[in-house]
Design a protein around this ligand. Structure first.
Ligand code: GRF
Length: 221
């Protein structure tokens, strides 16, 4: 048994008799990663449930996915707030009201304030379409092809105040093939995203994700 297994049992995020971790998902658009989390959470043995989906865009298709699954949704338009932090505080109020214990960013196209990253430190994760720390920011597929990379992929990581930074929980790699366009590569990466995001949420909910000196150690079960 890995020595960190002991720490994992102490650090279970579930409280008392609670069976499932309550997650909040933040989206801005399509919501395909949200959809994979919805499917995963529908499994009776999956240790998490989606308590709330928040979008900063009223027309985000992900909201329809959430409504179809009977999940509570809230729209918080960032344009209604004078600065990033007041928006982030409003988002936090809604997450807290819903009893959210882990926040999952899933195509949420807003930069978050340092305040939010600290408030949710080690309870806030993101999925990014590259093998971080390579290719932070937008247009990762174009950048990977332009750089002549042969391997690309996706990363689930804890969020820190710096953009696309933070301890890496899981990564999945895919090949870059000779005739790939950014669109073809994006589709291949997205399939990998859909595998690792629910897997990372499961590991977290099982209390097996430990951050030690800004590195993640996954405890064996
Ligand atoms: C994904 O590629 C994700 O990695 C990035 O934004 C995209 C969101 O896609 N952060 P979707 O809305 O989950 O379909």
């Amino acid at each position: 048994m890995h020595p960190l297994s002991y720490a994992a049992h102490d650090s279970s995020p579930l409280k008392g008799e609670q069976k499932k971790l309550r997650i909040g998902v933040l989206i801005s658009g399509r919501g395909s990663n949200l959809q994979t989390l919805i499917y995963a959470c529908a499994g009776p043995d999956f240790p998490a449930e989606i308590a709330l989906v928040i979008s900063n865009k009223a027309d985000a298709y992900g909201l329809e996915r959430a409504r179809a699954a009977g999940i509570q949704t809230t729209i918080i338009n960032h344009k209604d707030f004078s600065n990033r932090e007041t928006f982030d505080r409003a988002v936090t109020d809604e997450l807290n009201k819903a009893g959210v214990q882990l926040v999952c960013l899933a195509g949420f196209m807003r930069l978050l304030s340092p305040w939010f990253a600290e408030e949710w430190r080690d309870r806030l994760i993101n999925i990014h379409p590259s093998l971080l720390p390579k290719f932070k920011g937008l247009h990762t597929h174009e950048a990977a092809i332009a750089a002549g990379e042969k391997i690309h992929g996706a990363t689930v990581h804890f969020v820190r105040p710096e953009l696309d930074d933070g301890p890496i929980i899981l990564q999945a790699s895919v090949p870059i093939l000779a005739n790939d366009t950014p669109e073809i590569l994006a589709a291949r990466v997205l399939e990998a995203e859909h595998i690792i995001y629910p897997r990372a949420v499961r590991l977290y909910a099982e209390g097996r994700v430990n951050v030690i000196e800004e590195k993640v150690f996954i405890a064996s079960n």
